[in-house]
Design a protein around this ligand. Structure first.
Ligand SMILES: [Zn+2]
Length: 143
């Protein structure tokens, strides 16, 4: 497994994403929802990887929920950067990273695939995230 670190612009919130997948094999998903388009967010995850979110300045961590409100989208209140999202389910905690928040974008990172999840119902959305997102080992306490 190789670790990839990312953080918001001011460094208040960060992630460590560990995966054995070479960047050329990463799924890179451009969700077409209004939030992800506004942030130009590109998501990736690995069901066999691990993900840790940290907040060196906890007061700057903003958890944002919208639409079906099943996941927390993690933003920095200070610099505005969106770094990733987490969902807590009966089966655990799972997350994605925004690859645009990586400290260094791998030169051989895979091509982007546009995704549209508009047809999902709530249980389908949760199940898809459980099946596809990265197990989260640690994330900052909720307010
Ligand atoms: Zn910040």
């Amino acid at each position: 497994m190789k670790n990839f670190r990312g953080q918001c612009h001011c460094g208040a919130i960060a992630f460590d994403y560990s995966t054995a997948l070479p960047p050329g094999d990463w799924p890179i998903r451009a969700c077409q929802c209004a939030f992800c388009r506004a942030h130009d967010a590109l998501s990736t995850s690995d069901t066999a990887g691990t993900l840790i979110f940290t907040a060196t300045v906890p007061d700057y961590l903003q958890r944002y929920r919208f639409a079906m409100k099943t996941a927390d989208f993690l933003l920095c209140r200070n610099c505005g950067v969106y770094i990733g999202a987490v969902i807590d389910t009966a089966n655990g905690c799972f997350g994605i990273i925004n690859t645009h928040a990586l400290e260094t974008t791998p030169v051989d990172i895979a091509a982007v695939a546009a995704m549209n999840y508009d047809q999902e119902d709530k249980s389908g959305r949760v199940s898809r995230r459980e099946d596809r997102w990265t197990p989260v080992q640690q994330s900052p306490d909720k307010d």
